[in-house]
Design a protein around this ligand. Sequence first.
Ligand SMILES: *Cc1c(COP(=O)(O)O)cnc(C)c1O
Length: 369
Amino acid sequence: MRRAASIHLHPEALRHNLGVARRLAPGVPMWSVIKAEGYGHGLLWAAEALAQTSDGLAVSQIGEARALRAAGFGGPLLVLQGPRDVSEARACTEFDLQPVLHDATQLDHLDAAGVVLPVVWVKLNTGMNRLGFAPQVAKRVATRLQAAGHGCGGLHWMTHMACADEPGHPQNARQLEQFGATVSAFPGLRSVANSAALFAGWGKGGASAAPGDYWARPGIMLYGAHPASVPVEDLPEGPDGDLRPAMTVRAPIIATQPLEPGSTVGYGATWTAAAPGRAGIVAMGYADGYPRHAPSGTPILVQDRLCPLIGRVSMDMLAVDLSGLPEVQVGAMATLWGEGLPVERVARAAGTISYDVLTRVADRLQPGN
Ligand SMILES: *Cc1c(COP(=O)(O)O)cnc(C)c1O
């Protein structure tokens, strides 16, 4: 169904942002992370935008990797969660995937499938406590993999940082130290850095890291959102702040309402006009992917002016304060996030993160240019 709200995707922004990642870690190859439907932009769209400039693409699950192969992507593919069962273990060789192995059950699946994987990545849990083998068993895992013939083209090492968006957090040094100390005994590539770790300067694992060839794994920054936990307004100018949004979401104003002092707007009458003014009703709601909990005051861009959201977000609509913009009429466009309004600002106002806003944007939005 054709929706009034439209989504505009900018493939050149992805390539530009990959260039920013490369400048943050010169010489470090990049897995471009396109999991979760390319962070809401579309798996195949993101793959196509990045295929020529990336060193490889990273997804979460085998099914996503198979979809990329079916679409003709022939480059290196990293699967961050690795195989879940025997048939997925078989798919790793059939589709030439580089799985991340994080749990002993996956080694059992490889045995049962009778496959030999030329390239594997072993995930170590250095404190995130999400996926990964304990560092103490790294040697045992490597020995078991090699005995089964895996990794003749590379047995590589990976970890993931819990607090890279807060570079001063003491957990960062602990994780980098433990990873470096554990992998120093092994050959192979290493990979530590997501977007936040790249901005923190840990593309090569930090000062304590053992020498080795590092790969980075940027995700959110490729789509133009800064991963830092500081407000985006406080970010430094220059290459760090030079990310470009890959997605702009716009919707038309479909009605306006004159407001008297004391007039309320929307469900629950949660916002009250203090002065005479005007509300614009925008054809974008939570069913389109706008965060339902965004409070009054969340910025919306109307004709180059940031105007506050007023009242509760409805399913297909929301209201914006147009006081002081008498020239804006029905049919004018509002930008919910993207060019001119970083998605981090909207996410922060709504008490969430850019990842959450981008990955919820609804398929039903009208593609625009
Ligand atoms: C999602 C993910 C990334 C990318 O993280 P960003 O914060 O989006 O840069 C990197 N590595 C792993 C293991 C991930 O799951």
